[in-house]
Ligand binder design. Structure first.
Ligand SMILES: CC(C)(COP(=O)(O)OP(=O)(O)OC[C@H]1O[C@@H](n2cnc3c(N)ncnc32)[C@H](O)[C@@H]1OP(=O)(O)O)[C@@H](O)C(=O)NCCC(=O)NCCS
Length: 201
C-alpha cells in the first residue's frame, strides 16, 4: 500500500491500516523529509506502474483532488476504514476515502471518493457526500443532508436534517447550519452566517 503524503494526516491513516493488519506500507511525498517512524518515505513518482493500492493521505481537499487526477490512471485507490468505526451495510463509501476511529455512517448514505470522515464524526442516514470532502472530528451531519465536492466541515459543526451544502464550502468549527449554503461559502457561528467566499477552483 502506498500512502501519498507523509504529513500529519498520513500518521493517522497509517494507524488505521495497522489496525486492519495491513503492514506492507510505504509513504510517498513530493518533498520527503526523512522517514516517518519505521516507514520509508520516498519521492513521489508517476512514471512507474505500480500494482499496489494507494491512498492519498493529505488533508487539504484541493491538493487531494489534484493528486487524484494526476495519479488515477496508474493506481487503484483503496479505502481505510477503522475497525472502531460503525458503517451501515446499506451505505456506500467511494475509493480513496477514509473513516477514522469512532466515525459513524448510518443507513443508506453515500460517501464519495477521497472523502475524510474524521474521528467521531457522524454522518446520519440518507446523506449524500460528494468527492474530496472532509468532515472534521465530532461534526454531526444529520439525516438527508447533501454536501458538494471539496467542502470542509469543521470540528464539532452541526448540520441539521435535510440541508444542502454547496461545493468547496468551509463550515467553521462549531457552526450550526440550519439553512442551505451556496457553493464556496465560508460559514461560522450559531446559527451559521456566511462571512466570505472561497476562491472558485
Ligand atoms: C471558519 C474558518 C475557516 C475561518 O478561518 P479564517 O478564514 O482564517 O477566518 P478568521 O480567523 O480571519 O476569522 C474571520 C472572522 O470569523 C470569526 N470566526 C472564525 N472561525 C470561527 C468559528 N469557527 N466560529 C465562530 N466564529 C469564527 C473570527 O472570530 C473572525 O471574526 P471577526 O471578523 O469578528 O474578528 C476557521 O476559523 C475554522 O473554524 N476552521 C475549521 C478548523 C477545523 O475544524 N479544523 C479541523 C481539522 S481536523
Amino acid at each position: 500500500m502506498i500512502l501519498y503524503g507523509a504529513g500529519d494526516h498520513g500518521k493517522v491513516i497509517v494507524e488505521i491500516l495497522e489496525a486492519n493488519n495491513i503492514q506492507d506500507i510505504v509513504f510517498w511525498d513530493d518533498n520527503p523529509k526523512g522517514d516517518l517512524w519505521e516507514f520509508k518515505v520516498s519521492k513521489s513518482s508517476t512514471n512507474i506502474i505500480v500494482d499496489k493500492y494507494m491512498i492519498i493521505s493529505i488533508g487539504n481537499n484541493i491538493i487531494r483532488k489534484i493528486i487524484a487526477e494526476k495519479t488515477n490512471k496508474q493506481f487503484n485507490f483503496a479505502k481505510a476504514i477503522h475497525p472502531n468505526s460503525v458503517i451501515s451495510r446499506r451505505s456506500v463509501i467511494g475509493q480513496g476515502s477514509v473513516v477514522m476511529p469512532g466515525g459513524i455512517i448510518n443507513a443508506n448514505s453515500i460517501i464519495g471518493e477521497h472523502v475524510i470522515i474524521n474521528s467521531c464524526a457522524v454522518v446520519e442516514h440518507d446523506c449524500v457526500l460528494a468527492d474530496f470532502i472532509h468532515i472534521s472530528p465530532n461534526a454531526s451531519i444529520c439525516g438527508n443532508v447533501s454536501i458538494g465536492e471539496g467542502t470542509h466541515v469543521g470540528a464539532g459543526a452541526v448540520i441539521i436534517q435535510g440541508i444542502k451544502i454547496g461545493k468547496w464550502c468551509t463550515i467553521g468549527a462549531g457552526a450550526v447550519i440550519i439553512k442551505d449554503i451556496p457553493d464556496y461559502a465560508v460559514v461560522v457561528g450559531n446559527p451559521g452566517k456566511i462571512i466570505k467566499y472561497n476562491q472558485s477552483t
